[in-house]
Write a protein that binds this ligand. Structure first.
Ligand code: FMN
Length: 185
């Protein structure tokens, strides 16, 4: 069986296009095996020079997730997740930030493949990130910029405010051949 037979391209593209951030979750827990599958996906994420500059803390305890929810201006939804994965990175600069985002997006895509909703929660300030380090006993050289909140999406609730939904049209963000040029018909 080829890859395209097991996962038809149309379905794969539709899934990629339609993945949205979840912020409201059902109380159901996530199976340990599913969390482990997500961690394997995370582990195999590529990084600059294969440095793998990350450490992940999996938090399934509701009290700890509720505490994390208070550590970022928009992290409140972590109070209702089944689990979170706090992603901390070593070092700074654009390439580490790129690696961090790359891992997180890959985990979120993998979660959606397992039917699990996910969302980014940002630990906004240096003080917030110190609170996260203190709570989780993390060493000072790790910077916990954000967490991936996970759970089964409560589809009876709105996941985002209107200003956080929708996208710019392609013509506004893409040029063809030369900046500002659109493709000929
Ligand atoms: C760097 C970054 C930080 C984010 N921080 C938060 C956050 O703290 N809280 C939150 O609810 N969403 C956060 N988000 C999610 C964005 O709000 C979301 O990706 C955007 O609104 C598009 O949502 P949609 O894919 O559901 O349409 C963050 C996303 C990124 C890329």
């Amino acid at each position: 069986m080829t890859d395209t037979e097991s996962f038809p391209p149309d379905a794969a593209l539709a899934a990629l296009r339609s993945l949205r951030q979840s912020r409201r979750f059902l109380p159901d827990p996530i199976a340990r095996e599913d969390l482990e599958q997500l961690l394997e996906v995370a582990r195999w994420t590529g990084s600059a020079k294969n440095t793998q500059p990350w450490h992940l803390v999996v938090v399934t305890d509701r009290e700890t997730n509720s505490a994390l929810a208070g550590m970022g201006a928009f992290a409140g939804f972590l109070a209702g997740v089944a689990a979170s994965i706090v992603v901390a990175v070593r070092g700074d600069g654009r390439s580490v930030a790129y690696d961090d985002g790359r891992l997180q997006e890959r985990v979120m895509l993998a979660a959606s493949h397992l039917g699990i909703g996910s969302g980014t929660a940002w630990f906004s300030t240096p003080e917030n990130r110190q609170q996260v380090r203190d709570l989780l006993g993390m060493p000072a050289e790790l910077e916990p910029w954000s967490a991936i909140g996970l759970g089964y999406t409560d589809t009876s609730q709105k996941q985002a405010s209107p200003q956080l939904s929708g996208r710019k049209p392609l013509a506004e963000i893409v040029s063809w051949g030369r900046y500002g040029a659109q493709p000929s018909a």
